[in-house]
Ligand binder design. Structure first.
Ligand code: NAD
Ligand code: FES
Length: 281
């Protein structure tokens, strides 16, 4: 069993938990993920590792309450136990000295971008961070990201905090300002439409771009095929070949279709959950 040591509410729908998982914390690296199950009959929830503390033996997860299982997780409190917490899974981020790097986190994607930005900066890259949310209340970890980057730009879709616009608007301005040849790498994590737009723009500029994909998963070990994506015309499994891929090679149309396969079932499960919980949350 894995104990929740701390719980923080980052926004009405985004929660952060510190989980006691010393063996995962000992081995994990930036970019990897875990799969957790709340109880014996629970759904498997894949979550990219948002932070880790090897000395304390803890992993930090940040999640958005989008479906039945994440809502159930959101109701758990410090002191509660999770039955399964498997990881680290997937390949770590490729960390080397590239030069000027832009790290983009959109919405909940801010959390998994954080340890990668920190690792890239620690090795000597000049890291510009861009974080964005729909509105001020959904933005989190601004100070953490500021500490992990040389420079941080913040944006909200509705202009309720700092500047108005998408993270991609800020990215374009930075590319124009610094010059495309002065940016060695862009890393983007967030909603699929965001990562797709990032890649479309950077492809035109010819800037290498890495995205971290959040496809549907079951086993997380390359056996079931659920997380299949097409990258550069080849079939890849996000859980063992990723989660990071060259964004210019990802078939985002197929990814979006596959991600929507169980939407109806997810809605039904959520409605049933709301009924059995008396409409709570
Ligand atoms: P969101 O819809 O609120 O968008 C967050 C930000 O992304 C926006 O503020 C905007 O700046 C940008 N954005 C969104 N759509 C855009 C578009 N069409 N063009 C340009 N920019 C756009 O995001 P959310 O509700 O927080 O969802 C976050 C998503 O990130 C979820 O789908 C989640 O599954 C995914 N996620 C992925 C990972 C991963 O490891 N790949 C980890 C965590 C979350
Ligand atoms: Fe089963 Fe990746 S989740 S192959």
């Amino acid at each position: 069993m894995f104990k929740i040591l701390e719980k923080d509410i980052l926004s009405p729908v985004i929660k952060q938990m510190e989980i006691e998982a010393p063996r995962v914390a000992k081995k994990c690296q930036a970019g990897q993920f875990v799969i957790l199950r709340l109880h014996e009959k629970g759904e498997r929830i894949p979550l990219t590792i948002a932070d880790f503390d090897r000395n304390k033996g803890t992993i930090t997860i940040v999640f958005q309450e989008v479906g039945k299982s994440t809502r159930e997780l959101g109701k758990m409190e410090a002191g509660d136990q999770i039955v399964d917490f498997v990881g680290p899974l997937g390949l770590p981020s490729h960390i080397e000295k590239f030069g000027n790097v832009i790290c983009i986190g959109g919405g909940v994607g801010i959390a998994p971008v954080f340890p990668i930005a920190r690792a890239l900066r620690d090795i000597g890259n000049n890291v510009t961070g861009i974080i964005g949310a729909r509105t001020k209340d959904l933005l989190f970890w601004e100070e953490k990201m500021r500490a992990a980057c040389d420079e941080l730009k913040v944006t909200t879709d509705d202009g309720s905090y700092v500047r108005k616009g998408f993270v991609t608007d800020v990215m374009k301005e930075i590319i124009e300002d610094k010059g495309k040849d002065n940016i060695a790498l862009i890393l983007a994590i967030g909603p699929q439409p965001m990562m797709r737009v990032v890649c479309n723009v950077t492809k035109e500029y010819g800037i290498k771009t890495i995205v971290s994909l959040n496809s549907l998963m079951v086993d997380g070990t390359g056996m079931c095929g659920c997380c299949r994506v097409t990258v550069g015309g080849q079939t890849k499994f996000v859980c063992v070949d990723g989660p990071e891929f060259d964004g210019h090679l990802v078939d985002f149309t197929e990814l979006a279709k596959r991600s929507a396969i169980y939407l109806e079932k997810e809605r039904e499960a959520l409605d049933y959950h709301k009924c059995t919980c008396g409409g709570a949350s």
